[in-house]
Design a protein around this ligand. Structure first.
Ligand code: SAH
Length: 270
């Protein structure tokens, strides 16, 4: 069976055996673990994951790929479970329900670049059931995920990911590793959700709001961005300089701001 790569589904199939093995080594899949692959495509990573673990769940949107995958891995019978559909809408909890002793999921995917950011946000909402995630993403997205305060690409995506997860930028993958070749470099990132958050906010929603509003205009000061949200005196009381730009603040600074905002809303119900 042949398959013509579809741009619409962000299809760039891995073809470099060296890179595939390097990804598998980073994941280090073991029998007994519960792995889920998003976007298996023609099965480049799937094959090695199945070989190492003996079973696998996959979520694939392109229905034309389903029979190809079924044929290729038919010998695994019900140990290879294909979920046809959109990973953005997929309920990852449903994978645990059927198990007698539910264990955390290990999520893996060479993701289409157009869904990578929303998918990561979708998965960050499920961190309780996820042991770790290994993704191939556009290199710039991996840099944003791992960025530290003061760096150019430090912003909302990195702060939200680092609130929930340890983030490791593992290695770069050049366009030649794929067929067809993407126009940009890719990179592998590992996201490992913390069992206990290092900087828990009183209210996660308020934390997400404060981060979003603080970066409303990244070239403006914190004071300006938070003008309608948190009085300047409240920012100063936290010993945070309201005159700096949001990209200078650490994760724990944002958590302090969020907690102040939660308290401020309670004291000043609108
Ligand atoms: N893992 C394969 C394929 C990568 S290409 C490899 O490395 O070779 C990206 C894959 O994600 C394709 O199979 C594409 O059909 C699938 N895909 C695209 N959008 C998706 C979505 N929203 N949900 C699940 N899979 C998706």
């Amino acid at each position: 069976m042949t398959h013509k790569a579809r741009k619409r589904f962000g299809q760039n199939f891995l073809q470099d055996g060296h890179i595939i093995r390097r990804i598998i080594r980073s994941i280090s899949p073991k029998p007994g673990q519960h792995l889920v692959e998003i976007g298996p495509g023609l099965g480049a990573i799937t094959e090695e994951l199945l070989e190492a673990v003996g079973e696998l769940d996959v979520v694939e949107l392109d229905r034309d790929l389903i029979p190809i995958l079924r044929t290729r891995f038919f010998s695994y019978e019900d140990k290879f479970r294909i979920h046809e559909g959109d990973a953005l809408k997929f309920d990852f909890n449903s994978l645990l329900e059927s198990e007698q002793s539910p264990q955390q999921l290990r999520v893996v995917g060479n993701l289409p670049y157009n869904i990578s950011t929303p998918l990561i946000f979708h998965l960050l909402a499920h961190t309780g059931i996820i042991k770790d995630m290994h993704f191939m993403l556009q290199k710039e997205v991996v840099q944003r995920l791992a960025a530290q305060p003061g760096e150019n690409n430090y912003g909302r995506l990195g702060i939200m990911a680092q609130y929930y997860c340890q983030v490791d930028n593992l290695f770069v993958v050049p366009p030649e590793a794929f067929d067809p070749r993407p126009k940009v470099d890719s990179a592998i990132v590992r996201l490992s959700p913390y069992a206990e958050l290092p900087h828990p906010a009183r209210d996660t929603k308020d934390f997400a709001s404060i981060v979003r509003i603080s970066f409303g205009q990244r070239r403006k000061t914190l004071r300006n961005n938070l003008k309608k949200t948190l009085p300047t005196e409240q920012i100063e009381a936290l010993e945070i300089d309201p005159g700096i730009r949001p990209e200078r603040l650490s994760l724990s600074d944002f958590v302090k701001l969020a907690d102040a905002y939660t308290g401020f809303k309670q004291d000043n119900p609108s």
